[in-house]
Structure formats: structure tokens, C-alpha cells
Design a protein around this ligand. Structure first.
Ligand code: HEM
Length: 554
């Protein structure tokens, strides 16, 4: 059959040749039968094609063998097998809801991968076991590290052991200092007011706007200032370089995540093609931008007596790098920066975006928070020119009193966790508290997004947005970190949790004091983009109405 088709192709090419050559070709007669060299060429092509097909077939069989052997598939001591990792490729665009569907039937289950089992769990007992009680038996795992090292390098998110402990110690110290706390609060207030003024301009010109986009810019500006002492000025959209950087960074985040479902990513990286070629191009842009910041900062710090800039996290690491220049290279500092950027930019901006989405869907809750803001921060001036004055009145003491807002933000994270799936890799064979066994090298993922929707964890109203579930007599009540696991738990619990709440509360207070928000299109389906952090796919277009104007009309 193949032979026939190929001979047919040979004839076709000869016809085409005679048709497309000039008039002179009319007098040029081709032989009726292919000559010996044509036959040789034909058989050579045919043989290569055959070998390629055979190799493909062998690779496919090897892949199947690797997926299905040595995994104790039928053994009930191991979690039930719900498919292979290719299921995730099939459900990629709705991945977290697919996981929630499976988790409704099985609190712990497995998907088979070529070299290991991927175990998924929603059981808080298992989560406590892997994140805290048996912390040393679990790591990030080589498989995960291979996937995200191009983006995260040797930063805190990607490493274990000594490198992790070193970064954790330094950063924990920084996050606990009064200097950083005061400096960051001042930055958050300034940027929240700036955001308020930006939205005020939208209301005046009757424009709709993408809240996720402006929140991303606002939080990027804050993390740059707090993390690296740099004014990015991307909220006004004036920094082209900054905008290009955000795009490259966000795209790289999504492209790296794609590797989890693309079995050919290593080959594509080697050949520099497709998604991997785009990733490499983005990384070049990102690296150029970040190395520029590091060099600028080194120069600033070399100026004697310039102690003001030591308020930011990068300066702290730079001082450290002078003690150990071999270890703290520019490459290492670049990794630290990108990790803090990822931690600080997307998480808070995404959470606030989903928070405003929930408030638009639940206008009574929106009004209740606005009321709480008015009660807690009493402002004598009541016009939009006073946005800055209002922001300056938000102190640590006022933030402490915002129980309902705190509950609404936590409820947002329960349903829309910034990190929807997270996990660890087992370094030894182990038995989980629910009785299931796992093998060395297996990954154990906890399904934060799915957990928020499980009635067996949160009750029958698990899928409802109900901030009151977090309040007892109006006072916020925290939950076990293994049940509400949005900030991770155990020794690697999120370092920026208080920092994030402070930033989110300041932004929410300023915006809800001055504006009421509505969705531009109530019918449009709002869903996520599958990547490391839970972005709203395509952004969230809102209309803001000035509360001051409303008050006057009333
Ligand atoms: C709503 C906001 C946030 C959420 C939901 C969140 C969530 C998380 C989660 C799930 C992890 C564990 C990731 C892993 O397995 O490696 C984590 C780690 C971390 N977070 Fe956050 N985060 C938030 C904001 C922030 C902010 C604003 C910062 C700092 C600027 C920050 C700094 C960190 C750091 C440094 C780690 C690594 C901790 C370690 O591995 O020891 N986070 N966060």
C-alpha cells in the first residue's frame, strides 16, 4: 500500500515538473520508468520512514510499559488509580474542577506517570503528615525541580536543604523586622491611593477597566519597592519596559506550567522550538531586566552612607552576598528576585481580583464591607481628592479591627486559592494517615482548589461564598492550616502571609471606601487560566461607580 502510494507520488512529481518548466521542457522527454538512482533514493526514503515509525512504536510501547508496570495498580493498599497524567492534558483548561470532580468520590487517588505515581489528596490528615509531621521525608522532588528550574532557578520555591534553610532564615528575619513592616505599609498605602486615583479617572470618563490588570500593576509596583527598593511606575502604564517584563514573566509562568502535561518539552527545549522557543526568548528578556536591577542596586549600595535603601529585601541579600560572594552570585540573586516576585505579585493581585469578582456577585457583602470600612476609619473629608488622606489614616490598629474584610478575603482564598495545587515528593516508601501506601519518588499533591468545594470538609454550603463562616460573634476565627491550606503549612508555610493580608486589606479598604463595583457583563463566564497561580482567564472587566457621587445623588 505504502509502496503504491509512493510510486504514485513519484509520478505526480514528474507530471508537476513537466507542467511547470518552460517551453523548452516540451522537447525534453523523461524516461517512462524510474532510473536506478531514483529507485535507490526512493528505497532509502522508504527505509528511513519505516525505521522512524518503528522507533515511534517502540517508544510508545516503552512509555506504556513504564506507566503501567511496577505501580501496584490493583493493590488496594495503594490509592485508587483514576487514569494517567494524560488525563490532565485532556482536561487542561478546567484542570482544577476535574480534580474536584474526582475528589468528590475519592479523597485520595492516583494518576500514573512514566516514572512514578502522582497522588492527589484532599485529606487534612495526609496534608499535616507530608507538610509537618514527616517534613524531612518529603522534598520538592527532582521531577518538579526539572520543570521549573529554568524560571525559578535556585530560589526559595525551588530548593530544599541548605539553600532553602539559608534563604528562609534570612527572609524570615526580614519579614519580622519593624523596619520592613513600616516601610511596606507605607508603600501599600501610597500605591493603594494611586490605584484609587487611577480608578477615579475611569469613573469620570465612564470607562470600564480590567481590575486584574490594574491590580497586577499595583502589586508589582509594591513588591518592586518593598523587595528591591525600585520605583517601577507601571501603574500609570508609563513604563514600557515594565509592561514588557510583566508580559514575559506571566507568559513564562504559563509556559513552564505547560511542561507538566507536555511529554516532549525536553526535546522541544533541546531543539529550541514551539513553546520552549517562546519560553527561552521570554527568559532572555526577564534576565536582562533583573540583572539590570541587581547591577543598579550594587552601584547604589557602593555609595558610602546610603543606608536608606537597606529597607528593602534585595539590599539585605546584597549585604549578605559580600560575606559569601562565591555563593551569592548575580545568578543566585536573580533567582531570589524572581521567586519573591512570583510570591508577591501574582498571589495578592489574583486573590484581590477574585475577591472583587465575589463582591460583584454578592452586592450585599460588598456593602457590608464598605460599611465596616466607614465605621473603622472615620474620615472627616469626603471627596475623591482625599483618597490619599484616607489611605494615610489606615494604621495597623485599624487593620486589626477589619474582621469582616479579613473573613471575606479568607473566604475568597478558600474558594479561589492563589496556588490551586501544591505538593511534595516522597523520599522514602511511606504510609499516609488515611492508610494508603506510597513509594519512594511518588509525588503527593494536595488539592487546595478542590478542597474548598468539598462538602465533607466545609459542610453542605461548601461552594457558597459566605464570609460569616469565619466569624464568631463578629471576631475572625482561623481554621487549621491543614484544612485551610491556601498558605501551605508546616516549616515551609508562606512567609508573606501577614504581609499579603496587610497589602490586600489596605487596597480593598481604599477602593471600597470610594467606589462601588459592578461586572461589565453579568452573563460572561468567569474562569481561570491553568498555571502556577490562579489567574482569571482574560481578566475581569468592571464598572466602578463613585460612592461619593451616589451619596450626593441620594
Ligand atoms: C494571597 C497571598 C499569598 C498566598 C495565597 C500565598 C501562598 C503560598 C503558598 C501556597 C506557598 C507554598 C509554595 C511552595 O510549596 O513552595 C507559599 C510560599 C511562600 N510565600 Fe506565599 N503566598 C501569598 C503571598 C505572599 C507574599 C506577598 C509573599 C512575599 C512577598 C510571599 C512569600 C512566600 C515565600 C517566600 C514562600 C516560600 C516559603 C518557603 O518555601 O519556605 N507569599 N506562599
Amino acid at each position: 500500500m505504502c509502496l503504491l502510494a509512493s510510486t504514485h507520488m513519484l509520478h505526480l512529481s514528474r507530471v508537476t515538473w513537466t507542467t511547470f518548466t518552460s517551453e523548452s521542457s516540451l522537447s525534453f522527454s523523461l524516461p517512462d520508468h524510474p532510473n536506478t538512482s531514483e529507485m535507490d533514493l526512493f528505497f532509502a526514503i522508504f527505509t528511513v520512514a519505516e525505521i522512524a515509525l518503528l522507533l515511534l512504536f517502540i517508544s510508545f510501547c516503552t512509555l506504556l510499559l513504564r506507566i503501567f508496570t511496577g505501580k501496584s495498580i490493583k493493590n488496594p493498599e495503594y490509592p485508587p488509580v483514576m487514569g494517567t497524567v494524560f488525563n490532565q492534558l485532556f482536561y487542561f483548561s478546567t484542570l482544577y474542577d476535574y480534580q474536584a470532580d474526582v475528589a468528590r468520590k475519592h479523597r485520595t487517588f492516583r494518576l500514573l506517570a512514566p516514572s512514578q505515581s502522582e497522588i492527589y489528596t484532599t485529606d487534612p490528615r495526609n496534608i499535616e503528615h507530608i507538610l509537618k509531621t514527616n517534613f524531612d521525608k518529603y522534598s520538592k522532588g527532582q521531577y518538579n525541580q526539572n520543570i521549573f528550574t529554568d524560571l525559578f532557578g535556585q530560589g526559595i520555591f525551588a530548593v530544599d536543604g541548605y539553600k532553602w534553610r539559608q534563604q528562609r532564615k534570612l527572609a524570615s528575619f526580614e519579614f519580622s523586622t519593624r523596619v520592613l513592616r513600616d516601610f511596606s505599609s507605607a508603600v501599600f498605602r501610597r500605591n493603594a491611593a494611586k490605584l484609587g486615583r487611577t480608578i477615579s479617572e475611569f469613573t469620570i470618563s465612564n470607562q470600564t477597566f480590567d481590575i486584574q490588570d490594574v491590580l497586577m500593576r499595583c502589586s508589582l509596583e509594591s513588591i518592586f519597592k518593598v523587595g528591591f527598593g525600585v520605583d517601577l511606575n507601571c501603574l500609570g502604564g508609563s513604563s514600557k519596559e515594565g509592561s514588557a517584563f510583566i508580559k514575559a514573566f506571566d507568559d513564562s509562568n504559563a509556559l513552564v506550567y505547560w511542561r507538566y502535561v507536555d511529554p516532549f518539552w525536553k526535546l522541544k527545549r533541546f531543539l529550541n522550538m514551539g513553546s520552549e522557543a517562546v519560553l527561552r526568548k521570554n527568559m532572555k528578556l526577564i534576565d536582562g531586566f533583573v540583572y539590570g536591577i541587581i547591577q543598579g542596586k550594587r552601584k547604589q549600595l557602593s555609595v558610602k552612607g546610603d543606608s536608606k535603601d537597606k529597607e528593602d529585601i534585595l539590599s539585605r541579600f546584597l549585604v549578605e552576598s559580600e560575606k559569601d560572594p562565591r555563593m551569592m552570585t548575580d545568578q543566585y540573586l536573580r533567582d531570589i528576585i524572581l521567586n519573591f516576585m512570583l510570591a508577591g505579585k501574582d498571589s495578592t493581585a489574583n486573590t484581590l481580583s477574585w475577591f472583587f469578582y465575589m463582591l460583584c456577585k454578592n452586592p450585599l457583602i460588598q456593602e457590608k464591607i464598605a460599611q465596616e470600612v466607614r465605621e473603622v476609619v472615620f474620615s472627616t473629608k469626603d471627596n475623591e481628592a482625599s483618597i490619599d488622606d484616607f489611605a494615610m489614616e489606615i494604621t495597623d490598629a485599624t487593620l486589626e479591627k477589619m474582621h469582616y474584610l479579613h473573613a471575606a478575603l479568607t473566604e475568597t482564598l478558600r474558594l479561589y486559592p492563589a496556588v490551586p495545587v501544591d505538593g511534595r515528593c516522597s523520599e522514602t516508601d511511606d504510609v499516609l494517615p488515611d492508610g494508603y501506601r506510597l513509594k519512594r519518588g511518588d509525588d503527593v499533591y494536595y488539592l487546595t482548589y478542590a478542597m474548598g468545594r468539598m462538602s465533607y470538609i466545609w459542610g453542605e454550603d461548601a461552594e457558597d461564598f459566605r464570609p460569616d463562616r469565619w466569624l464568631n460573634n463578629g471576631v475572625f476565627q482561623p481554621e487549621s492550616p491543614f484544612k485551610f491550606v491556601a498558605f501551605h503549612a508546616g516549616p515551609r508555610i508562606c512567609l508573606g502571609k501577614d504581609f499579603a493580608y496587610r497589602q490586600m486589606k489596605i487596597v480593598a479598604m481604599v477602593l471600597l471606601r470610594f467606589f462601588r463595583f459592578k461586572l461589565r457583563d453579568n452573563e460572561k463566564q468567569v474562569t481561570y487560566k491553568t498555571m502556577f497561580t490562579l489567574h482569571i482567564n482574560g481578566g475581569l472587566n468592571l464598572i466602578a461607580v463613585s460612592r461619593l457621587g451616589l451619596a450626593k445623588e441620594n
